[in-house]
Design a protein around this ligand. Sequence first.
Ligand code: ZN
Length: 556
Amino acid sequence: MMASKVTITPYGGLGEIGMNCMLIETDSSAILIDCGLMFSELDHFGVEFAIPNFTHLLRKKDKIRAIFATHGHEDHIGALSFALKAGIRAPIYASQFTSLMVRERLKETGLEEVVPLRVLHSGGTVELGDLKVTTVSVNHSIIDSFSLFIDTPIGKIIHTGDFKLDASPYFGDVFEWDMFKKAGDEGVLLLLSDSTNVERENHGLQDTAISERLEELFQTARGMILVSLFSSNVGRMANIFKLANKMGKKIALTGRSMEQNVRLAQERGAITLDTSNVIDIKEVDRYDRNQVIVLSTGCQGEPRSALNRIAHAEHAHVSIGPDDLVILSSSQIPGNEVPISKLTNELFRRGADVLYDAIEDVHTSGHATRPELKKLIEIVKPKFFIPIHGEFRHLILHARLAAETGVAEQNVCVIQNGEVLELHPDHYQIVEEIEELRVLVDGREGVEVTKDILRDRRRLAEMGVVFCLIAREKDSGKILTKPEVLAKGLINESLEGYMIEEAVKVVEGLISRYTKELKHGVIDPALAENIRIDLRRFFDRNIGKKPTVVPMILDV
Ligand SMILES: [Zn+2]
């Protein structure tokens, strides 16, 4: 029997920028597209990032025939190792550079032998049961990015991945218009398209324009040049290496991911390094300042990054000052505006000149803008349209654009993470809503930060903590010491002595009641709980805070 539907499940990336992960399945086969993590907006209470919750996906485990990584950004590949750890097993398909990035991630977690990693070139085709996937080269802020054309029993689906249009990318293929056009002419059932930049009316700048501007800036710079960019933007890096070569300047790298990605880009053949032009970051001081270009991570204002240390004059080998030029060659990821703004102020405070994309053309976004998105819809002429990769407002705006551009209004579907959509040749319906879509994670080891832990951390951060120590004789239950109360993050110094004394009195009151009962041979098991309740009440009444109270009764 002909399969009559395709089911689409977004586990992440719809309604947020980050954590992209989507399952596309027929009755017999399924493919997972991307498996990313999400950094932004969660950078507090020690949570490092979020990954998709794989519980629902694991139910489909046996159907998954392949995982496709559209490109090497963390929000597309960063959770792959977690998916494998969770038990998902399928070969991973990716472009040359993406596969190198994936390989490094899997190596770091000791998972490189778990599933095969297969390299595809643009135009490559893989048959997976009743699905056939073709990779199509697109431009983005990382080289070797793919859109996926997926032939299903009910028609062709195009998943754009992240893309922009660049007629002259610094490295790699141009956007494959012809393949999109051909697909459009033959008929496309569904287009899933990147919504990130739907609010931008202007065409994005081309790589060549950025390159020309950087060259001018490099030529006129009087002091040291520091360029901060995403370490995955190896196309831009290759460009800077070439400019440095041409001008006889030395390049120094700072940031571990920067060094790693330069190595991978060399392996890919995207960067050809004249090693005589690359110097160790420790040797920067040995050269004239205007001879050196430093490439650094930290363009998002990350507190522990090399650039942030440089901005605070805490970097072991690089300092900046008047005459130096800092170029932030990156976009701001939504949510990072505040740390980036602080970083920029700090760099100006050192006396350096700072250029960033709000005031100078030193960066072009990796995502197609509104006119380009429109053009794509016009060429592909999809029957159905689903906006992907965007915050909720981006999805809505992109959906409206599709309706204005000729997709029938009832065939434009805005779905969010967890909404399972069944697509039929003539209609669609939401058939399930999955809850608990993200898992918060502490670090690379993938230790989950549960709701309880997060609640505790939030309370500790907002309310402080109070410890109360008492020594008790194990057998008799007799209290042996005066209670000791310690507070952290709660009381200011001038009040501390007084407040602690008063808190001790509260506990002593409880102890005297307890001791009375003890005389009747009863060891009250609720002493610790009563201390907790009364101390919380005491601090609430006196300073308006209900701290976490940790009673510690040591039986000796
Ligand atoms: Zn991307």
